[in-house]
Design a protein around this ligand. Structure first.
Ligand code: DGJ
Length: 687
C-alpha cells in the first residue's frame, strides 16, 4: 500500500520507494507535516508531533504559501477539514474556509518505483455569482461582505516542505546566465530567507526551479539530502526559510511577486507539481533518484535518442538548401541520425532583425519548399528536424504588421524589444490557435522540432503570465498526441527553459549555447543534479570555440558531449578528413555506450569525470581540460559490486570492483591540456 491512514490520529503516511512522508490534520484543522525522510511505519509516525504547515498561511513569520484577499477586504484562511480521498498512490486532502467561499485540495502522489512525492494544490471559489453562499456563512449586512465577489490571489504555492530541526542547514542550487547556465552553488543557509526566483516569464538562465538541503555534512555519496523541483516553465519562486529555533523548510510555486490572479465565483485554479525527493545517499543519491523518476514518470518517450546534427554554429543565418545538403552528406557519413536545420529557414529571416513570425520557407533559400530537403536528408538515412520560435515576433514581419495587438504589452508603455523581438501573447486563444495551426502542418512533415524562446517576458498583463505557459503546454501536448512520431527539444537561448514541466512535453533540452568543452563540464555537472543525461543536449562544435575562443582536441569535445545526448554542431565543411574519420569512430563508440549513458545510474566523479552503470556495463568518461589541473588523486569509481571483477573491453585488463572503488582506475600520464578518455567495463562475475 502506498498511502496508509490513521483516522484517530488524522494522519496519512505515504510510502515512496526508499522514503516516507507523513501529514496530519492538526487540532485547528490545519494540515501539518509530520515526517519526510527515512522509511517509517504509520505507528511510528503517530508518535511524531505535527510540524510545519503544508501550505503556509498568512499571519505567521514565514513567507506565506497562500495569500488571498476576499471581496470584502478580508484576508487569509481559517481551515475546516472536509475529508480525504485515497486513490492508489494519490491522496487528496479537502479543506475549506470556515467563513469565506474558498476551498482547497492538497494533492499528494507517490509511486512504488520512485522517491518523488508529487504535490500540488487546487483552489476553488465556491461562491456563486448569484450571491448564494453555498453553505458558507455570511459575514455581515453591507455590500459584498459574504465574499461572493472575486477572490484576489497574490500567492498560490504548490507546496511547503518542512525539514527536521537540525543545528544547521546548507543549500544547494544553481545560478547562471546565458552561456553559463547551471553553476552549482552550495553554501550555509542564512538564518532568514533565501529566495530563488524567475520573473522572466520562462524558467530562466539565472536560476533553475529546484533546491537541495542538507545539514552541512552530506557528501556526493553519503548523508541525508532533501530536495524539490517545480514543474513549471514560467515565472516561479521558491523561498527557503530558517529561524533561530532551527525551524527550516521552503515553499514554492508559480508566479512572481506583484502579479495577482483573480478568481470569480465558481472558478478553480490548479498549481503545477512541486515534487520532493529525499535521499539518504548524498547528493549523488538524490540526483539518481531524480533521473530515475524523470525517465520513468516525466519524459513521455524512452526510445533511443538519435545522434543529432544541428546547423546553427555551422551557418548561423547564412542558410541555403545547397549548403545544408553539403553538411547533411558529411553528417550522414559520420553516423548522424537526425539532421536539424536551425534558425533562418523561413520568411524574411536572414538575420535576427526580421522575419520572425512568418513561418513559411524562405523562397530564395528553399525555392521548392522544405520537401526536397526533407527527402534528400531521408535518402541519406537521416530523419529531419527544424527550428521554431513560435512565441516570438520581429516587429519587421508580416505577422506583426497584420496583428500588432497580438504581443504582450502594457498601456502607455513602449514595447521594448530584446534581440529585436517581442513576445506573442499566448494567453490569447486566437494567438495560440494560430500557432497550433502552422505547427501542426509542420509536424506532419518533420520528425523533430527545436522550440526556442530567446527573450524574457517583461511587459505582460497580470492575467496573461500563467495562461501563456498553459497554452504553450496545451499546444505541445496536442502536437505530441496528434503526431506520435514527433520529438521536441526545448530551448530558450540555451538552457533557459529546463524544468519538469517542459520535460513532461519534450524529449530533451538544449543545455547551453556555450559548447566550450571545459566550460561544459561545469554546466553539465549542474544540469545533471536533477535532469537525466538522455535529456541533456550536448554538441561537439569547432575548435577554437565560437564563444570562448579556446581550442580543444576533438576527443575532449566528444568525450564531454558523450556524457549526454550527443549532437554535432560544428561546421563539418571545415573539418579535416582526419577529424571527419575520427568523428565517425567516436560517433560509433557513442552509439555503443548510449544505452549505458541514457538509461544507466550516473555517478559524478567530482568534476573530473562521470560514470554510468547499466546492468553489467560500466562507462567512465574522464577529462582534464588543462594540464595545470593535473591531479595525482585517483578517480575512484562508485556503485560497483566489490566482489565482482570488471573487464576493460578495450584493453582486456581485469579489475576488482573493490579495488576500483578504493584505489580508482589506473591513472594515465596526463601532463597536457585537453586530455580525456572513455573507459568501458563489463562486470564478469558477481560474488
Ligand atoms: C538560441 C539557441 O540557443 C541557438 O542554439 C540557436 O537556435 C539560436 N537561438 C537561433 O536563433
Amino acid at each position: 500500500m502506498l498511502v496508509h491512514h490513521s483516522p484517530t490520529a488524522r494522519l496519512w503516511l505515504l510510502r515512496a520507494a526508499t522514503s516516507s512522508y507523513a501529514v496530519r490534520i492538526g487540532d485547528d484543522d490545519t494540515p501539518r507535516q509530520v515526517h519526510w525522510g527515512r522509511p517509517m511505519t504509520l505507528e511510528q509516525a503517530e508518535t511524531i508531533p505535527a510540524g510545519a504547515e503544508e501550505l503556509i498561511g498568512e499571519g505567521g513569520l514565514a513567507t506565506p504559501s497562500l495569500q488571498v484577499r476576499h471581496a470584502d477586504g478580508g484576508r487569509g484562511v481559517d481551515w475546516r477539514f472536509d475529508g480525504h480521498e485515497i486513490d492508489g498512490g494519490h491522496l487528496r486532502l479537502h479543506l475549506s474556509d470556515r467563513h469565506y467561499p474558498l476551498a482547497v485540495t492538497l494533492h499528494y502522489r507517490v509511486r512504488e518505483d520512485s522517491d518523488a512525492i508529487e504535490r500540488h494544490v487546487t483552489l476553488r471559489h465556491t461562491g456563486d455569482s448569484a450571491g448564494d453562499g453555498a453553505g458558507h456563512g455570511a459575514g455581515g449586512s453591507t455590500g459584498d461582505r459574504s465574499g461572493h465577489g472575486p477572490l484576489t490571489i497574490t500567492r498560490l504555492d504548490s507546496a511547503a516542505w518542512g525539514l527536521p530541526v537540525l543545528p544547521d542547514y546548507r543549500l544547494s542550487h544553481v545560478s547562471g546566465a546565458w552561456g553559463g547556465e547551471f553553476r552549482v552553488r552550495r553554501g550555509r543557509a542564512a538564518i532568514g530567507e533565501t529566495v530563488l526566483t524567475s520573473r522572466a516569464g520562462h524558467t530562466g538562465h539565472h536560476a533553475n526551479p529546484w533546491l537541495m538541503a542538507d545539514d552541512g555534512s552530506a557528501t556526493e555519496e553519503r548523508g541525508e539530502v532533501w530536495s524539490a523541483a517545480l514543474a513549471w516553465s514560467g515565472s516561479w519562486r521558491i523561498t527557503f526559510g530558517r529561524d533561530h529555533e532551527g525551524l527550516a523548510g521552503w515553499s514554492g510555486g508559480f508566479g512572481h511577486e506583484g502579479v495577482t490572479l483573480t478568481l470569480a465565483p465558481g472558478e478553480e485554479i490548479g498549481t503545477p507539481v512541486f515534487a520532493g525527493v529525499y535521499s539518504a545517499e548524498g547528493f549523488g543519491g538524490a540526483s539518481r533518484r531524480w533521473h530515475d523518476h524523470i525517465r520513468r514518470h516525466v519524459l513521455k518517450f524512452r526510445d533511443t535518442q538519435p545522434v543529432i546534427f544541428n546547423s546553427w554554429e555551422a551557418t548561423e543565418f547564412d542558410i541555403s538548401q545547397d549548403r545544408q545538403l553539403e553538411l547533411a552528406e558529411r553528417a550522414a557519413a559520420m553516423g548522424v541520425e537526425l539532421f536539424v536545420v536551425d534558425d533562418g529557414w523561413f520568411g524574411g529571416r536572414t538575420s535576427d532583425e526580421r522575419g520572425l513570425g512568418d513561418w513559411w520557407p524562405n523562397p530564395g533559400r528553399f525555392p521548392d519548399g522544405l520537401d526536397p530537403m526533407i527527402k534528400a536528408v531521408g535518402d541519406l538515412g537521416m530523419a529531419f528536424g527544424i527550428w521554431v520560435e513560435p512565441e516570438m515576433v520581429n516587429p519587421d514581419s508580416d505577422l506583426y504588421r497584420a496583428h500588432p495587438d497580438w504581443v504582450h504589452h502594457l498601456p502607455h508603455r513602449e514595447r521594448t524589444t530584446q534581440r529585436n523581438q517581442l513576445v506573442l501573447d499566448f494567453s490569447r486563444d486566437d494567438v495560440a490557435a494560430w500557432a497550433h495551426g502552422w505547427l501542426d502542418a509542420l509536424a506532419a512533415k518533420v520528425a523533430f522540432l527545436k522550440w526556442d524562446f530567446n527573450r524574457p517576458i517583461t511587459q505582460a498583463a497580470d492575467e496573461a503570465w500563467i495562461p501563456h505557459v498553459r497554452n504553450v503546454y496545451a499546444i505541445l501536448d496536442r502536437l505530441r498526441a496528434d503526431h506520435p512520431h514527433l520529438r521536441i527539444e526545448a530551448c530558450a537561448g540555451g538552457g533557459g527553459r529546463a524544468d519538469l514541466g517542459i520535460l513532461a512535453r519534450t524529449d530533451q533540452v538544449w543545455t547551453s549555447d556555450n559548447t566550450d568543452a571545459a566550460e561544459r563540464i561545469a554546466i553539465q555537472h549542474g544540469f545533471g543534479q536533477i535532469y537525466p543525461a538522455r535529456a541533456m543536449g550536448a554538441w561537439v562544435t569547432d575548435s577554437p570555440n565560437a564563444i570562448s575562443a579556446r581550442p580543444a582536441p576533438l576527443r575532449l569535445r566528444f568525450h564531454v558531449a558523450m556524457a549526454g545526448h550527443l549532437g554535432i554542431g560544428g561546421n563539418l565543411m571545415a573539418w579535416s578528413d582526419d577529424d571527419l574519420a575520427a568523428g565517425a569512430e567516436l560517433v560509433a563508440l557513442y552509439k555503443d555506450i548510449r544505452p549505458v549513458v541514457h538509461d544507466g545510474d550516473q555517478y559524478r566523479l567530482g568534476t573530473r569525470g562521470v560514470q554510468y552503470i547499466h546492468g553489467e556495463r560500466v562507462v567512465v568518461l574522464r577529462w582534464q581540460p588543462s594540464g595545470l589541473d593535473r591531479s595525482a588523486v585517483p578517480l575512484r569509481l562508485a556503485g560497483l559490486e566489490p566482489g565482482a571483477r570488471y573487464r576493460d573491453v578495450d584493453s582486456g585488463r581485469t579489475h576488482h570492483g573493490a579495488v576500483l572503488m578504493a584505489h580508482g582506475l589506473p591513472l594515465p600520464m596526463w601532463p597536457f591540456d585537453g586530455v580525456s578518455d572513455l573507459v568501458r567495463l563489463i562486470r564478469e562475475d558477481s560474488p
